[in-house]
Design a protein around this ligand. Structure first.
Ligand code: SF4
Length: 327
């Protein structure tokens, strides 16, 4: 039986961190065995917010793909490509832009939220309003039927379905499927400061951080503020350090709870231990990173193969559309 196609992507706005590993990459790795997966570096999406300073997007794209592969995304199984290298995305974006009513975009909750929350960038642009239209083009140019989404992304996916219906309705042909979400439980990893882990908060542990960087960063993590002296009994459930044990070393969490609530170990040692555990998670990723970094051609070859495999399908979809709309 033919596997259903999945499309997912990441914006190359910086280095990937542990939040990406638990929030997306582990899930992508699992999807590979069940679906025909297309994983895209969404550099045009990144450009929409980074247009004033886009100069690192290409290097970030390469570094992100190195992390993907190092975390288990297999280029033999999945199609890995850079969005801007498959021009058909923009063709379809243009076509969809013409038939998408403005009101659909203006009411999109994530658009309003981003305008409110993203500081230091002017997102009041024509392109940024069309962000979900480009997403629809990304998904539908491959006729992907499944899209992994967090709950906050559901309105965007609904818009993709509405755009597919509208296109099929106007041109009276069922060209595009209505993509369904694969609702993913994305455990929210706290950053070093207790807020959501995010590059914009400068509170990340990056997948490429070495042992010294990890140790230093973990030493700054927020713990139970009421545990001041070594003899104070702690409350692990309010401590970010403990939440990392739960996520990365679940087998050890009862032991750590015991250290904490019975004041058997101080926070400094508890953090040192955690830094070592995080390095155990990162060590195999670093090994593979080293391998890929050694040979720049290897990465470019993987991306060229991905581009060709993606284009094969995108070109066919574009030809079908040309048959219908005559341009
Ligand atoms: S002992 Fe560990 S779990 Fe308990 S408060 Fe300190 S750092 Fe957190």
């Amino acid at each position: 039986m033919l596997k259903k196609r999945v499309l997912s992507g990441m914006r190359p706005t910086g280095k990937l961190h542990l939040g990406h590993l638990v929030g997306a990459l582990k899930n992508w790795v699992d999807l590979q065995s069940k679906y025909d997966c297309f994983f895209m570096v969404a550099d045009w999406h990144a450009f929409m917010s980074e247009y004033e300073n886009p100069y690192n997007l290409r290097n970030n794209a390469y570094d992100n793909v190195i992390d993907w592969i190092s975390c288990g995304i297999d280029p033999e199984k999945s199609v890995i490509f850079i969005q801007s290298e498959v021009k058909e995305h923009l063709d379809l974006f243009m076509i969809f832009s013409c038939l998408t009513p403005l009101g659909w975009l203006e009411r999109c909750p994530t658009y309003k939220e981003q305008l409110r929350e993203v500081k230091g960038r002017d997102l009041n642009s024509y392109g940024f309003l069309g962000y979900p239209v480009l997403q629809a083009a990304d998904i539908l140019i491959y006729k992907a039927e499944k899209v992994p989404v967090g709950e906050d992304q559901l309105p965007h996916l609904e818009l993709t379905r509405e755009i597919a219906r509208r296109f099929n309705g106007i041109y009276k042909k069922d060209i595009f499927p209505e993509a369904e979400g694969i609702l993913t439980q994305t455990p929210r990893l706290l950053g070093l400061d207790g807020r959501k882990m995010s590059k914009s908060y400068n509170n990340t542990i990056d997948l490429s951080d070495d042992a010294d960087q990890v140790k230093k960063k973990v030493s700054t993590m927020i713990t139970d503020a009421k545990r001041i002296k070594l003899s104070d009994k702690g409350h692990p459930d309010v401590c970010s350090v403990f939440s990392y044990y739960e996520t990365f070393v679940p087998d050890k969490k009862e032991e750590v709870r015991d250290w904490c609530i019975n004041a058997k170990l101080g926070c400094t040692d508890c953090k040192k231990e955690l830094a070592q555990e995080i390095m155990k998670v990162l060590a195999p990723i670093h090994e593979k990173r080293k391998d890929l970094l050694k040979d720049e051609n290897k990465l470019r070859k993987i991306l060229d193969i991905g581009k060709d495999r993606a284009r094969d399908i995108a070109v066919k979809t574009r030809a079908e559309i040309k048959d219908l709309i005559k341009i």
